[in-house]
Ligand binder design. Structure first.
Ligand SMILES: [Zn+2]
Length: 239
């Protein structure tokens, strides 16, 4: 129960700017960067725009699959879903929790499934026809290694993926996963993707090779966004 003197004390507590220490795998090993509450607020607004672009709107339902260590983008994703008044259920993206994804999908009949992983699809494949399961779902945003599995069964999934400390989200044009140009600089060198913090980020991050094959497309997308687009794995296919 909240008491007046407790609330008065709470009002005086400092709230640190730092929300998360983001640890992410890079080409040279694990790297760390800070994530502030102000950055989460900006990331939330950016993700909400991406979800609006996929037609998400109040009253719809979504299933989010993500891992516990992915709070750095999940927090903003959940904030965006709440802001859009989309009801959501959360399942772990690791394969052992695929039954939770199945139950939420069956019970919520979601407009969108967000963050679907190859491990979840492999788990579901044992007992379910994943084509039948996801073809009726309007929006499927899946990890890069899950998208070909979906396409193979007639599900037109789009890419969603962490990219170091950033998040890449493909729009309905399916011409690469957008990364916020206001927050990050993405690049490619020798067929490998890199990321650097934009000037507005509190924690500096110089150009960091990620050891992920891919390339970057710049210029305005047909969706109207000028945010650069990442094509995962393209370099491997081209070589
Ligand atoms: Zn686009």
């Amino acid at each position: 129960m909240a008491r007046a003197d407790t609330l008065a004390r709470a009002r005086e507590l400092d709230r640190p700017d730092l929300a998360y220490l983001v640890r992410f795998p890079a080409a040279g090993g694990i790297r760390e960067t800070d994530l502030t509450w102000a950055e989460i607020a900006r990331d939330t607004a950016w993700i909400a725009d991406r979800l609006r672009g996929h037609g998400l709107a109040a009253g719809q339902r979504a299933v989010l699959t993500a891992s516990g260590f992915e709070g750095f983008w999940c927090h903003a994703m959940i904030g965006a879903l709440r802001g859009l008044r989309v009801t959501y259920g959360i399942a772990e993206a690791m394969g052992w929790d695929h039954r939770r994804t199945s139950v939420f999908h069956r019970e919520l009949r979601p407009h969108a499934v967000i963050g679907l992983s190859a491990e979840t699809l492999e788990g579901l494949s044992g007992a379910t026809d994943i084509g039948e399961m996801f073809r009726p779902t309007s929006v499927v945003l899946a990890r890069p290694d899950a998208v070909p599995m979906l396409h193979a069964v007639g599900v037109p999934g789009c890419v969603l993926s962490p990219l170091g400390p950033a998040l890449a989200v493909e729009c309905p044009e399916r011409s690469g996963a957008h990364v916020s140009a206001a927050e990050w600089r993405v690049g490619e060198r020798d067929g490998q993707l890199s990321v650097a913090a934009g000037e507005g980020r509190a924690s500096p991050l110089s150009e960091t090779p990620l050891g992920i094959a891919g390339r970057v497309v710049t210029g305005r997308c047909a969706c109207g966004s000028d945010d650069p687009r990442v094509l995962f794995g393209e370099a491997n296919q081209l070589s």
